[in-house]
Design a protein around this ligand. Sequence first.
Ligand SMILES: Cc1ncc(C[n+]2csc(CCOP(=O)(O)OP(=O)(O)O)c2C)c(N)n1
Length: 627
Amino acid sequence: MIEKINSSKDVKNLNLKEKEELAKEIRKYIIEVVSENGGHLASNLGVVELTLALHSVFDVGKDKIVWDVGHQSYVHKILTGRKEKLKTLRKLDGIAGFPKTNESKADCFNTGHSSTSISAALGMARARDVKNEKYSSIAVIGDGALTGGMALEALNDAGFSKTKITVILNDNEMSISKNVGGMNLLLSRLRTRKMYTKSSISAKKIINKIPIIGKPTVRIIQRVKRSIKQLIIPTMFFEDIGYTYLGPVDGHNIEQLENILNLSKRVEGPVLVHVLTKKGKGYKPAEENPDKFHATSPFNIKDGTPKTKKKEDYSKIFGKKLIELAKNNKKIVAITASMKDGTGLTEFQKKFPERFFDIGIAEQHAITMAAGMAKEGIIPVVPIYSSFYQRAYDQVIHDVAMQNLPVVMCVDRAGCVGTDGETHQGLLDLAFFRLVPNLIIVAPKDFKEFENMLEYAVECNKPIIIRYPRGGESEYKFKLNSKIEEGKSEVLRKGKDITIIAIGKMVSRAMQVADELKKDNIDAEVINARFLKPLDNETIKDSILKTKNIVTIEDGTIINGLATSIKELIVQENVLVKNIKCFAYPDQFIKHGSVDELEKIYKLDVDNIVKTIKSIKLDNKKEENNE
Ligand SMILES: Cc1ncc(C[n+]2csc(CCOP(=O)(O)OP(=O)(O)O)c2C)c(N)n1
């Protein structure tokens, strides 16, 4: 069946049995691809029937479907001409793991960060009305994403607006881990009303027989539904805030899904369709461990075991060290925005359940709540991925930094993250946090330094950012790990020809580069900056005065990070410099690919850095000869 499918139209032409067969084949295909390439498995397996029904009922392309987060868009990609290309999923120059408007007209809006879909779909619906056009605007949002502030802001606005918009609530009771929060409680009450599903479907059959579709019909539907529901469910939250609520419906029954979606088309104003799905559906290991298979590295299909053994990574080191610190300091608490596993807090929760807070996909709330706790003498530690810290920028400024509150803000997945692509790259945090007064910003060169920094952070009594990369430490083994002191860098290697200043993960690269240069008799001094803020002006200045040649290396954007800090120092201190070369990512959004591939492309690998440095040294020698 899957061979015959190249577009939505092909799906529309299938009968129910064929669609059910297609669903099976799509599942098999997605499992094959993700087992090779890695990616988001469980969420995609959960939306196979829902996606088929959406493509059957709506005119995808003309009608706009916004996929919240977008990690569940593989089925949609298969149905919109990207079936073969799915084999290149998340690979350099291959198709992305999230919707991309430049990949297909069927992807009407880019997503990656949670809880944006209702806002975007409402925007498109309002644009439609302003332009007096006709199309449907649909947001497909998970129950996890519904815990995010943005989603609630948009629900609030859309419900009141009376704008025609469809919100499909894909409820699988899971965020990445088990979903949390009051919204989830509300949904669990709605979920259990199975009786209502049946009666609503039969009510729908009656309504479908009414020939005239228009305002009076819609009003009748809404009145009938409301009166039935008010009897069964005491408070109909969605209805009360302006939606026609349809459902819950079995998200793996294509016929019922098509019926309810067709019904939703006839309702005027905002409508919310509550769809119950199973995360990981159809693949036992994913059904049993939907959290592990939310996003997975390549695995063996037979039993779901990973193809390569996972090594120690920064998140795990973080979790272990935090437990050790928390044992001795009862004031330490951990806060996660729905990323318990990803940030390494699973064990912490088990050890200190009363000091662990999963607050939903709500980074803004996480930070302001942490500020509140810090104000009352608690030491909150908040690990959030770099790109999701973007969400909480104002909270870091307004609630933490401005009040100088000691919140330990751990920026996980900082720097280039690779295959998740541009929405998930953590390349901007050094730049945007550097602007904020009062913040201390540090980045460790290896696990040991990370542990030391964490220890320092919980004791420093100031707002502090610790940024660290995805994955493990580099293979370079450092001999030195001196005590962390505020604003003090670490000179790892003495040299006279050139000063290499690096931060975080790139410090090991600097050492490798220095080793290579030595082979050519270039004697590099290597400084581990440690603190981007406050920068160790004194040590860096002394070194530059000696070598007059500077190289900076960082795992972030070229703007306003380490490179900019050093350039500012040079100007402010009026230091005479012969050469300066800065290695960082350019001022653009960086696509998906492996970290190694991307580092080569952006000339951040050892070979390229060495080549560039050698070229400037040759220039120097020429200059010296001329002199
Ligand atoms: C702002 C932000 N924070 C965190 C994440 C990480 N994240 C990706 S998917 C996800 C859970 C989404 O759950 P849900 O919306 O229910 O979708 P499901 O995967 O269960 O279908 C999280 C926390 C994100 N993408 N964006």
